[in-house]
Design a protein around this ligand. Sequence first.
Ligand SMILES: NC(=O)c1ccc[n+]([C@@H]2O[C@H](COP(=O)([O-])OP(=O)(O)OC[C@H]3O[C@@H](n4cnc5c(N)ncnc54)[C@H](OP(=O)(O)O)[C@@H]3O)[C@@H](O)[C@H]2O)c1
Length: 296
Amino acid sequence: MKKIKILILGGKGQLGREFVEVLTTKKADLGNIDAVYKDCQVTSVDIDEIDICNYQQLYNKIKEGFDFVINCSGYTAVDKAEDDYENCYKVNTLGVQNLARICNELNTILVHFSTDYVFKGDSSVPYREYDLPCPATVYGKTKFLGEQYLTAWCPKHYLIRTSWLYGQYGKNFVYTMLDLAKTHNELKVVNDQHGSPTNANDLVYTTLKLIQTNAFGLYHCTGENECTWFEFTQKIMELSKIKIKITPVTSEEFKSRAKRPKYSLLDNLGLKALGLNYMRDWKVALKTFLSKIKEK
Ligand SMILES: NC(=O)c1ccc[n+]([C@@H]2O[C@H](COP(=O)([O-])OP(=O)(O)OC[C@H]3O[C@@H](n4cnc5c(N)ncnc54)[C@H](OP(=O)(O)O)[C@@H]3O)[C@@H](O)[C@H]2O)c1
């Protein structure tokens, strides 16, 4: 069997590190990964080594020869982006354009991640891949333009939109809430924004299944079923057996610099159609995650 060569960009981030772990151990929470990855060669780099905004640096790296480039890099500071829009644009739009041009020229398959924030968030039914984006924030807008450059420049791509991501590595909502619970008697959490928490390990597993298909295109990939941030917090505390007062508040009461979508549920329609929707109910995936971090 041909040895698969994979380059991970943004390899020190939350999702990047999860990819490295799964590809190295060959195991995910959902099971062993496919035999095709048995002898795969994984190269992981982050901005200190390869800056996706630097075309020549990126070109030289990808020219070393890879079957897949998995882009886990991104400017993800949603609130900061409202003022720091130039830097956000550089990473989420220009960087992705660079990647798409280079991968197309070198005939390398490009796997890229985008976000539920490309949608306006005023729907009452889950967004599907055929729904038209209308982002409201700088982060969402730069990610959306990145998506457009990706599709324009590089036909051999998997564009995967996810949401409310949490994993073992890096900063995320689950860790933030567990930390706050150590120092507070009460947590006030927004209860009028609806979405789907996504376990990074499940996202990696599903992505590794998807990218073997040659069914290039756009996919939504999030945890199944929905909740609000308040309900998410309730479940985190219940499963962690932490007793703490949790008070629901409105987005109005809990103002943030970037306006969050009220409803940004994604339907994994494309994955379901291919028979590849391995994503679990968010509560089940959260339970696995919390037991795993407890063991560490
Ligand atoms: N987190 C979520 O809830 C969420 C939701 C939907 C979609 N996504 C998307 O999923 C992807 C992964 O997210 P994540 O949570 O893993 O993000 P993350 O933890 O912030 O990781 C991103 C990584 O990219 C690096 N990076 C930043 N600028 C770069 C550049 N110019 N060149 C190379 N690397 C660069 C970052 O380095 P520094 O830390 O040094 O900047 C960081 O290591 C992103 O595309 C994000 O937009 C995330």
